[in-house]
Design a protein around this ligand. Structure first.
Ligand code: CO
Length: 667
């Protein structure tokens, strides 16, 4: 007898009215969150979800993931959309299917631990706005970081799904830290906390099919809550892992609609439906109904997002994940970061340094935000360290981690690194061992006071509390205090078609009339597109005038430069504080001449100014922090290169800066 007898053929009736299976595999659809987060840089707009929302509601999903993860950040920062409004809007179209969100434990939908009052208010407001299932994880699998949000979820009468982040230090499950016992123990911890279901969260696509089988089997034997598998396709293993998990008795599987599936996303639902049809684990889904949804997505939605797909490689899988046991998204972020800093030749050094940094920092799992924390510190070490000194530029987040602000690491942090990171650390040089949020002062009232009348309700206040710089910017767009920049406005299908026509013309050499006519001045609605055609790269400016899109300029660039999956703030043109927003291409990364004499402090990397700690006229000593620069979501404290007085400050909070921009001058 095979141990796989849990999946058996039970019927030869494949019609849509086939009898219900004895133990159907339940499906959570991730199209509207993880799908576009994985493939299209989280740029999915609510207006592009509405055309399929009612049909999706009819499928019979166990839940639809509609929010959380990076959506909250991206929506207000890049899409000029109120994240809270998305839940309310989608709920009008999807009344039957429970909504699920990804909650980063005490990090909520941000990148640091927030105070308990913010965490509690966030969960209550998410529930009130329509969230049903809270898929909760902690990057360190330190469940003390669940102690505030879980009672809040339960008090709202909602579903608490506890996650175990899947990670490893060996090529397969096992080793001293992340072995089968580790996962079973974590499962029991979650059950004891009252988990309504338990999710194995394999964000990097690391789980191999037979390891998935072993873990699901072990968890089914030791805990009662239903077991859920979330496994990204990145490495190419997850469709096989799904099947082995189903054979081991997994209850719920995550998939995407096929246009949002595969690559760094998840396996598609359609092949799984066909695989299980007629068995005792049949999903019961109607494949023709799924096809109808796909048709709409392909025709009306995908053309607006195609340009965001990173299709620079032929292969749709990333075997680097198999080689380095590192999330694909993290690796592509590192590549993009290095490219922006003209240091792509250092990628092999980064691969070599990464496991060292991870080990120094306590072998932590690599998931948001720890993947960024380890990734950026690795890049900093490769770029700024020398033979005499390691960890020359330690990010604020690594300091927080060393202090214990993210929680307990799987193994202790390297003592030397910890000591260096905590030298002069404002909270104290001795690390804490308590639940991290215990040392955080309440934040909500302070946020309320700071944002004042710009926030009209508690949802606005929470948005600001989570994202002070970009949140404030968004609220000023929302309430017409500042004009909405063109680059955050949606693209229309007309614009997409106009762009395609232009590229066709350009390739045929027919785009010559431009020279005969005087080009109109570029208006504020000008949008810039990067268009890649075979080996050529065009930058196209499109602006709508009197309803019809016209070309403003199109310029082929010298060589194909594969774009980052999406523009990040770091890649945007820097703008002088007072000038109108230029729709200009990327600036040359040359140092700007300073207006005043003195020692310039230049940006070591592209990023966004969080805040200046000093004002013009303030005295500084060499090594003292002058400003905080955010690069790839990590905050870097930039130290003064000289002692003296701040003579000039060239940017303000929220400004994007390029590498080598002069941020201030010390004289
Ligand atoms: Co995911």
């Amino acid at each position: 007898m095979s141990e796989h007898t849990q999946v058996e053929m039970t019927t030869m009736n494949y019609s849509k009215d086939r009898p219900k299976a004895a133990n159907p595999v339940k499906i959570e659809d991730l199209t509207l969150r993880d799908g576009h987060q994985s493939l299209f840089a989280t740029r999915g707009r609510t207006e592009d979800m509405i055309p399929v929302a009612e049909l999706m509601d009819e499928v019979g999903f166990w839940a639809a993931e509609t929010w959380g993860g990076a959506t909250f950040d991206t929506m207000h920062r890049f899409l000029n959309e109120d994240p809270w409004e998305r839940i309310r809007t989608l709920k009008k179209y999807m009344k039957k299917t429970p909504f699920s969100m990804l909650l980063r434990g005490q990090n909520l939908v941000g990148y640091r631990n927030y105070a308990d009052d913010v965490a509690k208010a966030f969960v209550e407001r998410a529930a009130a706005n329509g969230m049903d299932v809270f898929r909760t994880f902690d990057a360190l699998n330190d469940y003390r970081n669940f102690e505030t949000v879980v009672p809040a979820i339960k008090a709202c009468g909602k579903h608490f799904q506890g996650c175990i982040c899947y990670t490893m230090t060996e090529p397969r499950l096992g080793g001293e830290v992340y072995n089968l016992d580790y996962y079973v123990k974590k499962g029991k911890d979650l059950e004891a906390m009252g988990a309504d279901s338990i999710c194995i969260k394999d964000m990097a696509g690391l789980i191999a099919p037979y390891d998935a089988y072993a873990i699901v089997k072990a968890l089914k034997a030791s805990v009662k809550p239903p077991i859920h598998l979330h496994s990204h396709f990145t490495s190419g293993m997850s469709a096989m892992s799904h099947l082995k998990a189903i054979e081991a008795g997994v209850d719920i599987i995550d998939t995407c609609m096929s246009p949002y599936a595969y690559r760094t996303s998840h396996p598609a639902i359609e092949p799984l439906v066909m695989t299980l049809i007629g068995t005792n684990r049949d999903t019961g889904f109607d494949i023709k109904h799924l096809a109808k949804i796909n048709e709409i997505l392909e025709r009306d939605v995908m053309p607006k997002y195609r340009h965001l797909l990173d299709d620079t490689k032929m292969s749709i899988i990333d075997i680097n994940v198999l080689l380095h046991q590192t999330p694909g998204g993290m690796l592509s972020n590192l590549v993009n970061q290095l490219r922006e800093m003209d240091a792509l030749d250092k990628i092999d050094q980064v691969y070599a340094e990464l496991p060292r940094v991870r080990k120094d920092l306590g072998q932590i799992p690599l998931v948001t935000p720890t993947s960024q924390i380890v990734g950026i510190q690795t890049v900093n070490n490769v770029l700024f360290d020398n033979e005499n000194e390691r960890y020359k530029m330690i990010t604020g987040q690594v300091k927080d981690l060393c202090y214990g602000l993210y929680g307990k690491t799987a193994v202790p942090i390297n003592h030397e690194v910890q000591k260096k990171a905590l030298k002069g650390y404002p909270r104290g040089e001795e690390p804490i061992t308590c639940r991290p949020a215990q040392v955080l002062e309440p934040e909500l009232d302070k946020a309320k006071k700071e944002i004042g009348s710009l926030a009209k309700d508690i949802d606005d206040v929470i948005l600001y509390a989570l994202y002070p710089v970009t949140g404030k910017k968004f609220l000023s767009w929302k309430y017409d205090k500042e004009p909405v920049p063109a680059e955050v406005k949606p693209i229309t299908m007309e614009q997409v078609k106009a762009k395609q026509e232009l590229v066709k013309k350009a390739l045929a050499g027919k785009l010559v009339e431009k020279k005969e006519k005087q080009a109109p001045a570029k208006g504020e609605n000008l949008r810039t597109f990067n268009v890649f055609v075979d080996d050529e790269y065009f930058e196209v400016g499109v602006e709508e005038v009197g309803g019809a899109p016209v070309v403003s300029y199109i310029q082929p660039l010298q060589s194909r430069k594969p774009a980052a999956p999406a523009p990040k703030p770091a890649a945007e043109a820097p703008k002088p504080a007072s000038a109108p927003k230029p729709a200009a291409p990327k600036p040359a990364a040359a140092p700007k001449p300073a207006d005043v004499d003195g020692t310039p402090l230049t940006a070591p990397m592209p990023g966004m100014i969080v805040k200046y700690e000093k004002n013009v006229g303030d005295a500084v000593t060499v090594g003292e922090t002058v400003l905080i620069l955010e690069a790839m979501k990590m905050e870097n404290a930039l130290a003064s290169p000289a002692s003296g007085t701040i003579k000039a400050i060239n940017f303000k909070s929220g400004d994007a800066v390029a590498k080598n921009d002069v941020l201030c001058v010390i004289g």
